[in-house]
Ligand binder design. Structure first.
Ligand code: PMP
Length: 446
């Protein structure tokens, strides 16, 4: 930790009884918004109650904002910070690399080492290509699949998020009004300005329904099935028993490329992601987030015969691909996660937190469902029975949950309004104790 960051922490390190206020953040956002559109640089950071926050530094399980609040962080930057904020092992690797340069626009030994580690850890990866964001690698995976099959149609699933590119930003957050029938969900673009031609060949199905995938693939024109292998962007829904195996088998039978989007699950629920955890190997898989513990790095890995098409006509570019500092961070992070110990060590803490939240909400008579993995789970209000797909989440009481997260934030616990909780290896028993205290107080007011 730098001296400045240490000073900030020392000044703020007491968790007080007083409710946190966020006035300085509010003022800064209003000031920034004169030049920075909306005061933020991602739509997913906008419209947050009571304000998007402005941070000064971060360390371990904590964020420090410009109002002087020390916040226990369950956003973890939307997932990447599996080793916590600013871990020594990543910082050291990055600082060493900075002495040697930032971006070469050419190859490095580090990049080869990262590729070797990645292919060693990820079951489907015979080859890999790196990029700078999850959205980009999804784009590459789709291009590879279409080139490999000479087909156009891509099947995706309701409620699954694969980045903000036009072709897949469809039916991510459908509502009861626009979703259409479950057996044939309507396609709902999520953004104004999307090219309707770009998603003409994207078809949407309900997830966890093997019959619908089998029927669609049987038509013989589907290039790829793209899915989050455990649905973490809406709820945290597990694949039904036999579902991943069944889709795998159907894809093989019909010549369709199976793509697992492991941007959230990769290096988080197991070093090799959901494919390792569930023992089902896709043809291609996309990774990002935990791969570089916060550095902008992403990867698509998969079968050599598909991946090698980047040398025969499939274009993959990117000025910042394998930026040397991001590669140093990735090698350090993958090494730290490789034997699975760190990820396993999160489990008792995550489980304790999940069980504690469920117990407290039940005692407060708030109907709620806590599901997922100890490393990434979801809390939904208004439903109690496990759900199988996005439709099951439509009945959740989102407004009440947002109020709950606001009460938590006032008690210095920062969680995503959509219900996801990410844990890092720094969320120890003490952090969980403080969190459960805040949950108890927030539940009484939500
Ligand atoms: N796929 C999944 C499953 C994701 O969760 C995300 C980001 N939340 C993306 C793709 C897009 O990644 P990025 O934001 O790095 O473009």
């Amino acid at each position: 930790m730098t001296v400045d960051a240490q000073n900030t922490r020392d000044r703020r390190n007491s968790r007080t009884e007083e409710e946190a206020v966020f006035d300085a953040s509010k003022r800064q956002i209003a000031h920034s918004a004169q030049w920075l559109a909306g005061g933020v640089s991602s739509n997913f950071r906008y419209g947050i109650t009571p304000t998007p926050l402005v941070f000064e530094c971060a360390d371990g399980a904590y964020l420090y904002d410009i109002d002087g609040n020390e916040l226990i962080d369950y956003y973890l930057a939307m997932g990447p910070m599996i080793l916590g904020h600013n871990p020594e092992v990543v910082r050291r690797a990055v600082l060493e690399q900075l002495e040697r340069g930032i971006l070469y626009g050419g190859q490095s030994r580090l990049e080869a080492e990262a590729a070797e580690l990645f292919c060693h850890l990820v079951p489907c990866a015979e080859r890999v290509r790196f990029a700078a964001s999850g959205s980009e690698v999804v784009q590459l995976a789709l291009r590879l699949a279409r080139a490999a099959t000479a087909r156009k149609v891509v099947v995706k699933f309701e409620g699954h998020y694969h980045g903000w590119i036009d072709s897949v930003l469809v039916s991510v957050a459908a509502t009861a009004e626009n979703a259409g029938p479950a057996a044939a969900p309507h396609r709902n673009p999520a953004s104004l300005g999307q090219d309707t031609d770009a998603w003409r060949n994207t078809e949407v199905l309900s997830w966890n329904d093997l019959g619908s995938v089998e029927r669609r693939l049987a038509q013989g024109d589907v290039a790829a099935v793209l899915m989050e292998p455990a649905m973490c962007n809406s709820g945290a829904i597990m694949p039904a028993a036999g579902y991943l195996e069944g889709v795998r088998e159907a894809c093989s039978r019909h010549g369709t490329v199976l793509i697992f989007d492991e941007v959230v699950t990769g290096f988080r629920i197991a070093p090799g992601g959901a494919q390792q955890r569930f023992g089902v190997t896709p043809d291609l898989a996309t990774f990002a987030k935990c791969l570089g513990n916060g550095f902008p790095v992403a990867a698509v890995g998969g079968k050599a015969e598909i991946m090698d098409r980047v040398m025969s006509g499939v274009v993959h570019g990117g000025t910042y691909n394998t930026q040397a500092v991001a590669m140093a961070a990735s090698v350090a992070t993958m090494r730290a996660l490789a034997d699975g110990t760190v990820i396993k060590a999160i489990e008792p803490h995550g489980r304790r937190l999940m069980e504690g939240i469920a117990r407290i909400l039940k005692a407060a008579s708030i109907p709620a469902l806590v599901t997922g993995f100890p490393q990434v789970f979801n809390v939904a209000f208004g439903i109690v029975e496990p759900v199988r797909d996005y439709r099951g989440l439509m009945a959740t009481d989102k407004a009440r949950y947002v109020k709950f997260t606001h009460e938590l934030l006032k008690r210095r616990v920062r969680t995503l309004e959509r219900g996801t909780w990410f844990l890092s290896s720094c969320h120890d028993d003490n952090v969980i104790d403080c969190t459960l205290e805040a949950v108890e107080a927030a539940a009484a007011l939500a």
